[in-house]
Design a binder for this molecule. Sequence first.
Ligand code: SF4
Ligand code: SF4
Length: 280
Amino acid sequence: MLNLASLCFPDREKSCFFCCPPIRDPAADPLDDVAGRRQRFRENRYRLAERLRQPREINGESCWGLGFLDDEEKQIGCLLHPLQNHGRDLRHLTGYQFKCANALCREAEVFAALPESSQQLALALCRGMDSFTYSSRTNPVKQLLCWEREVTGPVLAALAANGRQPTLQDLVDEYGFLWQKLDFRLDGYLAGKLISRRGVDFLCRRQAELPALRQRIIIGLTRKLAATAVNNGRLRPCHCLDIPLSLSRMLKFGADIWELPEGIESEIVSAIESEVKAFV
Ligand code: SF4
Ligand code: SF4
């Protein structure tokens, strides 16, 4: 069994396998056809030696190297990983070693940047889940981690400050609006801004007004940028500008702005800041 304390391998009871294979259908979820997956993971474990003699390239449906890592069928992971093979990396046998070795979801990056107490709380909220439920993107903790550190950190801190050990249901009851009513790609930046100015409670109280605020900001920015973009030739993709990822997401998915002139960052940020200031 692997025992690396992280979002990928939180404890000995479960592991995350969401990113396998790295060429999967992005809409596929570990909770789809659990019985079929369980059967495949068992077979992959017991027929590994045979598969290694006749390796084949994987497709986006599944990987013959993904299986149960332990006899109790609790943890699920890569049977071809060096940690499973005395240091030998066998992932090249599937044809996607580079992608496999570099697969790291944004949620894991956000998790890694949290204070240790928040990491421990996030993992404690997942206690009792099996690997399928834990890996699923319907897992509320994974949903929360989509919201970047500016939101995830304060939400976990607020949960911890409740005075008793919070539960997963507390997370859903108090902050489920984040993924049930809002969208991290559209609202992540503004939610972080509101929290940094007025705290998590303020966001909870005013969450219903966030889409309208976002829309106002987008209309203003679109007008402003239309003129700027015409006057300035050198465009760069939004995610390459010196702005937070959450802001580039809002521009792309909220305003359909995918490229912007270099050097425009501070203008955009201060235009948004004035709207946010007026809102709070
Ligand atoms: S999806 Fe993220 S948390 Fe899950 S195994 Fe991959 S990198 Fe780790
Ligand atoms: S080779 Fe390993 S890491 Fe790559 S898709 Fe298969 S199980 Fe996942």
